[in-house]
Write a protein that binds this ligand. Sequence first.
Ligand code: UDP
Ligand code: MN
Length: 336
Amino acid sequence: MLNKKARVYFSCFMLILGTLIGFLLSKWSEIGSLGWREPDVITLTVRMPENGSLPSRMIYGKPDIAKAPRRDVMVLSPWLAPIVWAGTFNRDLLMEEFQHKKYRIGLTVTAIGKYVKLLKKFLESTERYFMKGGMVTYYVFTDRPDKVKALSLEVNRPLKIITVPKYPTWGHVVLGRMEILKNQSEVLFQQEVDYVVSLDVDMVLFSHIGVEILGELVSVIHPGYYHSPRKDLPYERRPASQAFIPEDEGDFYYQANFFVGTVQRIYQLATACYEGIVKDKANDIQAVVYEESHFNKYLVYNKPTKLLSPEYIWMNNLWRLKDIRIKRIVHGEKKF
Ligand code: UDP
Ligand code: MN
């Protein structure tokens, strides 16, 4: 009799335990991934309309000092530069500051030779996603101004075509870009813009890119190397080149196809790279990744004040890793 009762209790206990385990298992993926699945918009921002004499104001949740914006990735470099990832910022708050100061942004893009054909698609995407609500001027560096005009580009922001030399090879173009940036920073940008943004023309924007990218000197961590150890980063390691970085130095590997800065910082960066390139040429050496090697060298000793995560230059041939929540730009698909 007692045994029968015990069996009933045991069965009930097992049933409850089984239900409990089943429930926990069904929730496991959610519980296990909570660390990297916070919503992108952390705070809901509401703008209160102007009310009589009171100015309009923003209402948003108080930042919680105990709550890290992301726990799966580094959001602050060892030299205290923020690293921008989805989920780490509130664009409305940044816009408030931006509109207050009325910054002027120059978006520069090089389209030399057949690369002119990529300009239309590039600009269609920047019109849609680049710096909405910002004061943007496009600067197109090209050897074929007539071909650019013939594209009948429909853009709602001013577009300036700057004629540059017809550099004979791909290598001359990418190295020459630093020379162009240096020259234009001296003569044009310092009068016309506050921030310069330099992008490759073989890019298509897929998500909004806004004021979160602005800073004194901003570079993007290369999506192909962001989990790589230092020894695997493709820095120039030959001491004979001006782009040389010793084996035991270097922070991240940055891509030279997207960088941002104030006119003065861009001028300094471009000048340093240009001078390194000229010296290398005189010494008959070519840095391993062309201007990008000089760019990386500069940034080891002149640390960026802000870093953009690899979300900002994703490539379709890379695996989508769990720390990449958003593809903001896809780069490198060239259809001429
Ligand atoms: N570029 C150009 N004409 C050329 C070669 C390059 O206008 O003949 C410009 C263009 O803006 C291009 C950038 O230089 O996006 C870098 O070249 P590319 O995109 O081919 O380099 P990758 O991204 O493949 O390293
Ligand atoms: Mn490119």
